[in-house]
Design a protein around this ligand. Structure first.
Ligand code: UD1
Ligand code: MG
Length: 457
């Protein structure tokens, strides 16, 4: 059944004490609003509308061109007033309207779907949760088990404040009735606001069934109002990710010291040490081991490869059985073949290393291809940039580049060539031969080291 999705995101977020709108703050690398949109995506909503107010320009800009509509609420006179603003944009052809909160990011897609299904265009469905401390929340008031209304904390009697069942701020309502109800709201309450929650009593008065469903997990309905709450939800989210991975057999040294900011796909027997951050889309093959303190973004690491501690990988591919790090940096376009070794303080950018190639110490490979089994010496670099353009270096198979060489691109080193240590290579080096390009070593006979002049007086 077709659904409208409305996401309330006009509030100020005063307690964030930030220049940025609250719903643009990030959790696990995605904005809060993006999380909510992702959770709603499974509903295939006929229309998705975000209500903006504070920081509306920034929010609308951040989500422009993503199939989301915006309605502005200026000023913000309460949640009921917010929904009043979307009434003209709500399509009656979609019998169910789901209302979500832009600052409640961990709602699960299944929960949103279940709520829409419970509404089915004819019931008012409220998402509720039982809280030990319900301070500040709207209480679900029942008579003989049936919901009769929601009373806001500030308007509640002492007896009502004892109620532990609260409204989460998330509901699904029959579209046509919702429009009628919100237009009839008044603001004669403690906060002089138009409360969306007052529509519950209206539904009851009209004999529209009011049903509740409970969130499976408290984290689903927690809102973000402060940096502390944001960090708390981040850890809860990370715990969810960690548990999903561990359920699939991934061995995390410590699920509390693990951060996934995107999608992480793992084969069998993957081991991840502490304090690693995974961003974008990362795929780890069977038996991959990731050492402590690695940051890995948009990468594919094949079976059996080992990434040693403190390694940074971005936009790279690592072949089966390769060894990388510690303290290595693979930049976009780095493609390592099987059993390639990249050691400490080696940077690789837009370069391909064929099977068995090695660069073990303090080196730079940029815009380069390295053939099979070649060894690239300590401290050697490719000078790939002439100040205006980038040029390629081609190193054949079974090449030995000595230590501390500069290969000035464009340049080609033939198969089996050896480059003497300390060479600056500006011309192609032929296959199978030794090429050396450095000043000849001389020894000056009878040379005397200068001595200090004797002090005068
Ligand atoms: C609301 C509910 C309360 C519920 C609680 C759950 C009402 C009247 N009360 O209270 O029953 O227990 O959420 O967290 O609905 N917003 C706007 N425009 C406004 C006011 C708010 O867009 O004029 C947005 C906010 O940005 C936020 C959401 O609506 O995303 C909820 O607003 P908030 O002020 O946090 O509602 P509460 O008073 O906490
Ligand atoms: Mg409020």
């Amino acid at each position: 059944m077709a659904v409208n999705v409305v996401i309330m995101a006009a509030g100020k977020g005063t307690r964030m004490k930030s220049a940025h709108p609250k719903v643009l703050h990030k959790l696990a690398g995605r904005s809060l609003l993006q999380h909510v949109l992702d959770a709603a995506a499974g509903l295939h909503a006929a229309r998705t509308i975000v209500i903006t107010g504070h920081g509306a320009d920034a929010v609308e800009q951040a989500f422009a061109g993503r199939g989301v509509g915006f309605v502005r609420q200026m000023p913000q006179l309460g949640t009921g007033h917010a929904i009043q603003q979307v009434v003209p944009a709500l399509d009656d052809a979609n019998p169910t309207t789901l209302i979500l909160n832009g600052d409640v990011p961990l709602i699960r897609p299944e929960t949103a779907q279940a709520l829409a299904a419970a509404c089915a265009g004819e019931r008012l469905a409220l998402l509720t949760v039982e809280l030990l401390d319900a301070t500040g929340y709207g209480r679900i008031v029942r008579r003989a088990g049936a919901v009769t209304g929601i009373v806001e904390h500030k308007d509640a009697s002492a007896e009502q404040r004892e109620i532990r069942e609260v409204y989460t701020g998330i509901m699904a309502a029959p579209t046509a009735a919702l429009k009628r109800w919100v237009m009839a709201l008044e603001n004669d309450n403690a906060q002089r606001e138009y409360y969306l929650t007052d529509i519950v009593a209206m539904a009851v008065a009209e004999g529209v069934p009011v049903v509740t469903s409970t969130a499976a997990d408290e984290a689903e309905v927690l809102g973000v109002n402060s940096p502390l709450q944001l960090a708390d939800l981040e850890r809860r989210y990370q715990r969810r990710c960690a548990e999903t991975l561990m359920d699939a057999g991934v061995r995390l040294a410590d699920p509390a010291r693990f951060d996934q900011r995107g999608t992480l796909e793992c084969g069998q027997d993957v081991e991840i040490d502490v304090n690693c951050v995974f961003e974008g889309l990362v795929k780890l093959g069977d038996g991959v081991r990731i050492g402590a303190n690695c940051v890995i973004r948009d990468a594919r690491i094949a079976a059996g490869a080992v990434i040693h501690p403190f390694t940074h990988v971005e936009g790279a591919e690592v072949g089966a059985g390769a060894l990388v790090g510690p303290f290595a940096r693979l930049r976009p376009g780095a493609v390592l073949g099987t059993e390639v070794h990249i050691g400490n303080f080696v940077e690789v950018k837009n370069s391909t290393l064929a099977a068995g190639a090695k660069a073990n110490h303090l080196a730079y490979l940029g815009d380069t291809s390295v053939g099979e089994r070649s060894n690239y010496g300590a401290g050697s670099i490719t000078a790939n940039y002439d100040g205006a353009n980038k040029h390629r270096t081609v190193i054949g198979a079974d090449v030995h580049v000595g230590s501390n060489c500069v290969l000035i691109a464009p340049v080609t080193i033939g198969n089996g060539a050896t480059i003497g240590g300390g060479s600056t290579i500006a011309k192609d080096a032929p296959a199978g031969q030794l090429t050396v390009a450095r000043a000849k070593q001389v020894t000056i006979a009878g040379w005397q080291r200068p001595k200090k002049a004797p002090k005068a007086g």
